[in-house]
Design a protein around this ligand. Sequence first.
Ligand code: UP5
Ligand code: MG
Length: 190
Amino acid sequence: LGDKKVTVVFVLGGPGSGKGTQCANIVEHFGFTHLSAGDLLRAEIKSGSENGTMIENMIKEGKIVPSEVTIKLLQQAMIKNENDKFLIDGFPRNEENRAAFENVTKISPAFVLFFNCSEEEMERRLLGRNEGRVDDNIETIRKRFKVFVESSLPVIEYYDAKDKVKKIDAAKPIPEVFEDVKAIFAPFAK
Ligand code: UP5
Ligand code: MG
């Protein structure tokens, strides 16, 4: 990223907690650029890249793609974009992702937005989404939940120990969740 100074917010939470939905709202109201690591990986599959098959197999199993791949995509997206405020959605997903991102980019997040939601509610949402995602089936959803608890929650705990986590009750209806999100982003009001 060279000399470009950027503000990064990590948007984390379990599968179906509403990260993508709320990021779209934040973009509209607060002028951030939304980078969903999952969307970038799915675009990479579609583009027919040499890593495509590997990425697709990992996503089908709910496993975490090697950091080098994801970090490269995030870095490229930040370099290409004129904006200096980014929401990084769904990354870092494990301690290794987190440490590698900080080492490679020298960026640490302004804060971490954490969408807290029960598995019952997230499962209901994912099964109802109907966007044809290869990982929205009950077998893969259970694997995604397990990976989230075992690998991703420790990342949230890491940032919590640094007082960087803003925890949101994500079980409420979309507009109510956004009211809470808005309060957190007030310092970035346009
Ligand atoms: N919905 C949203 N909010 C609602 C609310 N408050 N009340 C009722 N309904 C609500 O929402 C999901 C659904 O719920 C939608 O239908 C929405 O309308 C509704 P969404 O906003 O899409 O939730 P989100 O948290 O974004 O769910 P998503 O499924 O995208 O989360 P995941 O973290 O599982 O998916 P992601 O795309 O980030 O990753 C997919 C896979 O890619 C991973 O499992 C992994 O294999 C791989 N990956 C990596 O390996 N590395 C990475 O860094 C990132 C991904
Ligand atoms: Mg998403």
